[in-house]
Design a protein around this ligand. Structure first.
Ligand SMILES: NC(=O)c1ccc[n+]([C@@H]2O[C@H](COP(=O)([O-])OP(=O)(O)OC[C@H]3O[C@@H](n4cnc5c(N)ncnc54)[C@H](O)[C@@H]3O)[C@@H](O)[C@H]2O)c1
Length: 244
């Protein structure tokens, strides 16, 4: 599965799952642009893998277009994109959920994926090839208590993925979504103490939480030519959680 000569963008590439996707793509030979709201974090990961660091807020459509333009300008092309940047938001039921928090989660997790894909697809469709992987969640196909904005945003990411795939498939571009279960990253560490993580692990059929590398392997495979007939799909990587 060599990706020599291929160019990839990973949003939210400065931490957690995105950082591991960037490292895995680079190990397979791809030139990787690491885009993150936290430009320093992007710089650290890009430095590690010899990639291009970009400070980007995916909730701003102009920054998403500028990101794609810069990658094509500096790395020469764009073959693969992992739209991964996302946040958790507050843990509250709908009636207590702050309207501004709702908008912030949707603007990053869902609008951000749309803005990135809009810019990425313009180039990929023009080239008649490309592969996009959007970071959804198990909560793209299941509800969760006290997480309305996150759950709604991830259901939206899956719907957007399917819609985009139908338009893009005849044009040679593949668009898929992955659905990680609970993965040990800074996002989860910031919301869960040791007891919380143990309870989440106990509720998983595999009796543990996932690791970023276990998500990255799937993402990178979906980006690769090995996945040439996979389009519009939803791929859980959750230790069996959604099988229940
Ligand atoms: N960790 C999990 O259990 C889990 C499970 C399912 C899905 N996911 C999804 O995976 C993705 C990555 O999550 P993670 O756990 O690695 O989180 P993380 O917090 O470790 O990393 C997320 C990265 O996104 C960046 N980011 C946040 N807002 C941004 C913005 N507006 N523009 C650009 N970058 C921004 C952050 O700076 C951070 O570097 C998210 O979309 C998340 O919803 C995570």
């Amino acid at each position: 599965m060599t990706m020599q000569g291929k160019v990839a963008i990973v949003t939210g590439g400065g931490s957690g799952i995105g950082a591991e996707c960037a490292r895995t793509l680079a190990r397979r030979g791809a030139k990787v642009a690491v885009a993150d709201l936290d430009g320093n974090a992007a710089g650290v990961v890009a430095g590690e893998i010899g990639g291009l660091a970009l400070a980007v807020d995916v909730s701003d459509p102009a920054q998403c277009q500028a990101m794609v333009d810069r990658v094509i300008g500096e790395l020469g092309d764009l073959h693969m994109a992992v739209n991964n940047a996302g946040i958790g938001g507050s843990h509250l039921p709908v009636e207590e959920y702050d309207v501004d928090d709702w908008r912030r989660v949707l603007s990053i997790n869902l609008d951000g994926v749309f803005y990135c894909m809009k810019a990425e697809l313009k180039h990929m469709v023009g080239q008649g090839r490309g592969a996009i992987v959007n970071m959804a969640s198990i909560f793209a196909v299941a509800g969760q208590r006290a997480l309305p904005a996150y759950v709604a945003s991830k259901h939206g990411v899956l719907g957007l993925t399917r819609a985009a795939a139908l338009d893009s498939a005849p044009k040679g571009v593949r668009v898929n979504a992955v659905g990680p279960g609970v993965i040990l990253t800074p996002l989860v560490e910031s919301h869960q103490d040791t007891a919380g993580k143990a309870a989440l692990a106990a509720g998983n059929p595999s009796k543990r939480l996932g690791l970023p590398a276990e998500v990255a392997e799937l993402v990178v495979w979906l980006c690769s030519d090995a996945a040439s007939f996979c389009n519009g799909g939803f791929y859980p990587v959750d230790g069996g959680f959604t099988a229940a």
